[in-house]
Design a binder for this molecule. Structure first.
Ligand SMILES: Nc1ncnc2c1ncn2[C@@H]1O[C@H](COP(=O)(O)OP(=O)(O)O)[C@@H](O)[C@H]1O
Ligand SMILES: O=C(O)C1=C[C@@H](OP(=O)(O)O)[C@@H](O)[C@H](O)C1
Ligand SMILES: [Mg+2]
Length: 175
């Protein structure tokens, strides 16, 4: 069975970090959808939001998602909002195994403040209502996120994800 694996979840839930590590463990290639958009647009994500607006970003995000080769050996870290626009979540489910990293808004805020990385236009560290914004967004997205093939609660590491993945999709072991 060759299939792509999609990592989804809120910003700071660990899609990029755990996705990259999972790809190494599986001997798959890794793609970060945000980086793919930045390369195709020649601009950073926050510049795209500032100069072109969110609607434009969402169109490019969906286009780039659909340009990823299907049935390949890829682990793909999506952006936090990717599943929630257009038919993206249907597309994700039709074209691979999806893994939702479910991390609470409190924990997401803590990680964002600890990492000090401040390049998420919708979740700026100077926003004094950051926790409220994260909670509202989490509540809006959760129903769709929960339709993923696998749900992983809270903190975890790539080896645990691999173990769960291989238990539920044994044919992936023939990689
Ligand atoms: N499983 C984890 N446990 C603890 N911290 C994590 C974990 N995964 C990611 N982080 C930290 O959270 C921050 C955001 O992670 P990142 O992988 O960029 O998330 P995402 O791609 O989902 O936005 C980083 O500082 C990273 O070190
Ligand atoms: O949640 C969102 O809507 C977004 C999350 C970001 O990705 P990460 O989840 O990797 O931070 C990035 O795609 C963009 O800033 C929008
Ligand atoms: Mg990311």
């Amino acid at each position: 069975m060759t299939t792509n694996i999609f990592m989804l979840g809120m910003p700071s839930s660990g899609k990029s970090t755990l996705g990259r590590n999972l790809a190494k463990e599986l001997n798959y290639d890794f793609i970060d959808l945000d980086r793919k958009i930045e390369v195709s647009e020649g601009k950073k994500i926050d510049e795209i939001f500032r100069l072109e607006g969110e609607e434009y970003f969402r169109k490019k995000e969906s286009e780039q998602l659909k340009k990823i080769p299907v049935d390949d050996k890829l682990v793909i870290a999506l952006g936090g909002g990717t599943p929630c626009y257009f038919d993206n979540m249907d597309y994700i489910k039709e074209n691979g195994v999806s893994i939702f990293l479910d991390v609470s808004p409190d924990k997401l805020e803590e990680r964002m403040r600890t990492s000090r990385r401040n390049n998420r236009p919708m979740f700026k560290l100077e926003n004094e209502n950051l926790l409220e914004t994260l909670t509202d967004t989490y509540n809006k997205r959760i129903d769709l996120f929960r339709t993923a093939s696998i749900i992983i609660e809270g903190d975890t590491d790539a080896s645990t994800i691999l173990w769960i993945l291989e238990a539920q999709f044994p044919k992936l072991a023939n990689r």
